[in-house]
Design a protein around this ligand. Structure first.
Ligand code: ACO
Length: 341
């Protein structure tokens, strides 16, 4: 084991803006279509598309874990940023499906990618996790404590879905996205404003009851499938629209920009109807919204970094564009960020 962590100076430099300087994504090969789900539970392709906007999702292989997918996305982000793994000071992995409760999957990824100088930890904020991670990374960079932070969202949600529950199994998928963050390069403004929050009074509307110390795994727990996602869809839906909208408004106001200044909105990809309600309230047309839920479903913390990577690679998002990222998830948690790409 190498013990080469950089000392953390506390220089009296003014705060500096952080920026994303490289992105990556990984999606498992296996595609699970709505037609296949029709054979597994009492549902129809038409119901899933009209109620959610999802056509298909990816499912990780039995021997493919959150750390494997996260490491693959991270390697791509490292290459895109043109850095070496040993440049990384900190690895933050946002996930609700770590390989093991401990040690963290972030530590596994740190080893897999050779980020030998980095500290590493998992972050649990459900679907808001990637934005929470980005906001934490920003603090280390702005304060000059760190130069390079790797933020990953990686999820193997298929491992905690009850495949007999039509209320939830049609919604989720597996995948990973990653971003390298550093001080904004000369001429780029990077992150302009952020917002994050939570409401712990709402823990029971979206949760996995068993598997933690409250309800350890027993044969009874397994028989009742309590080690899987439980959700009150309607309540989550209502809460999601209000919280995402309020957070987005706060970030926009802090950034000094208005909705008209945004080239793109990248929302958490849970449900097309939630996304259109939020963007309509903001006054942003769907032609300025990045979507991938039709192909991947809800990959929780991985949604936003996957969408960021794909849309910058395809040339949809261009240098200088103003972006609004906004997410909502179990906890309940929410977060948003306004940045110049
Ligand atoms: N196929 C067919 N029928 C279904 C299915 C399905 N897959 N799922 C539910 N139904 C039925 C219900 O049983 C209900 O039937 P009933 O009226 O006989 O009881 C009927 O469809 C309508 O159900 P609703 O709950 O009214 O459907 P709704 O329009 O609210 O859509 C949905 C359900 C898609 C789950 C929606 O509520 C939603 O998207 N909620 C938010 C979910 C979300 O975003 N979760 C992730 C948050 S992120 C995170 O942290 C993981």
């Amino acid at each position: 084991m190498t013990m080469k962590n950089r000392p953390h100076p506390r220089p009296s430099h003014p705060r500096r803006n952080a920026a994303i300087v490289g992105t990556g994504a990984y999606l498992p090969e296996r595609v699970l279509t709505n037609a296949e789900l029709e054979k597994m539970v009492d549902t129809t392709n038409d119901w899933i598309i009209t109620r959610t906007g999802i056509s298909e999702r990816r499912i990780a292989a039995a021997d493919e874990f959150t750390s494997d997918m996260g490491a693959a996305a991270a390697r791509m982000a490292i290459a895109k940023a043109g850095i070496s793994p040993t440049d990384i000071d900190l690895v933050i992995l946002a996930t609700s499906t770590p390989d093991t409760i401990f040690p963290s999957a972030a530590c596994r990824i740190q080893h897999m990618i050779g980020a030998t100088r980095a500290a590493a930890f998992d972050l649990q904020a459900a679907c808001s996790g990637f934005l929470y991670g980005m906001i934490i990374a920003e603090q280390f960079i702005a304060s000059h404590a760190h130069e390079t932070v790797l933020v990953i969202g990686s999820e193997k949600l298929s491992s905690i879905v009850n495949w007999e529950d039509r209320n939830t199994c049609v919604l989720f998928g597996d995948g990973a996205g990653a971003a390298i963050m550093q001080a904004a390069p000369e001429g780029k403004r990077g992150l302009l404003a952020t917002d994050m929050g939570s409401d712990g009074a709402q823990t029971d509307i979206l949760h996995m009851p068993a598997g933690g110390c409250r309800m350890p795994i027993t044969p009874e727990v397994l028989a009742q499938k309590k080690n899987s996602i439980h959700m009150s869809g309607k309540e989550v839906y209502r809460y999601a629209v209000g919280a995402m909208n309020a957070s987005a408004e706060r970030s926009l106001q802090l950034s000094g920009l208005s909705a008209a200044d945004l080239q793109w909105v990248i929302p958490h990809q849970a449900n097309l109807r939630i996304i259109s309600s939020v963007t309509e309230r903001l006054g942003v047309g769907m032609d300025r919204v990045i979507l991938n839920l039709e192909r991947y479903g809800n990959t929780s913390a991985a949604c936003i970094p996957i969408a960021l990577h794909e849309s910058s690679e395809s040339g949809k998002i261009k240098a200088g564009d103003n972006l609004l990222l906004v997410a909502f998830g179990g906890g309940l948690t929410w977060a948003s960020a306004v940045l110049e790409w």
